[in-house]
Ligand binder design. Structure first.
Ligand code: HPA
Length: 234
């Protein structure tokens, strides 16, 4: 047990999927895992462990934003020895070529700050995905026929943004989408020598105002979960 995770040692698999929303952890575990059982409900941040094609998998909510994700990922790595950590979440599209429902596989995550910012001081660390996961996810997405983009994303600290110029610069520099967690996940994975990836579904579009209708959310998010699972065990 840790401060924020009530699971016993051995209850957490080496492969962990990390949705921001704890209820999405519950949905993904009941939809995609066999023999899923609840292993954490501290603060309602649900975590489930089961198997996928015989492989042990934990699906643990991370909460919204990098400070929250950082707590769970630090404890998953340092106390439970998680080896492969894949964020599954939603993002806002920042390019016209990217549409709502598309999947984005994040090669890099630009940011103005992560909870790790203090370590780097004047350095601009470039958080990037694990290549083996990234290439396996791209292949899995292609095999499924899912509309998928591989490239840079922006991990913002704000959802309600008072600095629209930051989003505009990201769009101008080819960034595909915005979310709020991946940069810290990639930074922690680099620090501890673990594999990390973010596979995201576009839920809204910053340039067009389009948004995923609620009745289509589950089927769209399902592709992302399957791509994440396939990449972990290729
Ligand atoms: N901004 C930040 N995070 C997000 C967004 C957004 O527009 N959409 C989904 N996650």
């Amino acid at each position: 047990m840790t401060i924020h995770i009530g699971a016993q040692p051995g209850d957490i698999a080496q492969t962990v999927l990390l949705p921001g929303d704890p209820y999405r952890a519950k949905w993904a575990a009941s939809t995609f895992l066999d023999d899923a059982r609840l292993v954490n409900d501290v603060r309602g941040m649900l975590g489930y462990t089961g198997t996928w094609k015989g492989n042990p998998v934990t699906i643990q909510g991370s909460g919204m934003g990098m400070p929250s994700l950082s707590i769970y990922v630090n404890e998953l790595i340092r106390d439970y020895d998680a080896k492969t950590l894949i964020r599954i979440g939603s993002c806002g599209a920042m390019q016209n070529s990217v549409k709502v429902r598309d999947v984005i596989i994040a090669m890099t995550a630009s940011t103005i700050s992560t909870p790790s910012r203090g370590i780097f001081r004047e350095l601009q660390f470039a958080p990037c995905a694990d290549w083996s996961l990234l290439s396996a996810a791209a292949k899995a997405a292609e095999a499924k026929g899912t509309r998928t983009h591989v490239g840079g994303i922006y991990s913002s600290d704000t959802f309600y943004d008072e600095r629209p110029d930051l989003n505009e610069e990201m769009t101008r520099h080819g960034i595909l989408g915005v979310e709020m967690e991946a940069a810290e996940l990639y930074t922690l994975a680099a620090r501890y020598g673990r594999r990390a990836l973010a596979v995201l579904t576009v839920s809204d579009h910053l340039l067009t105002g389009d948004a995923l209708p609620s009745d289509q959310r589950e089927t769209s998010f399902g592709d992302m979960v399957e791509i994440a699972l396939q990449s972990a065990f290729e």
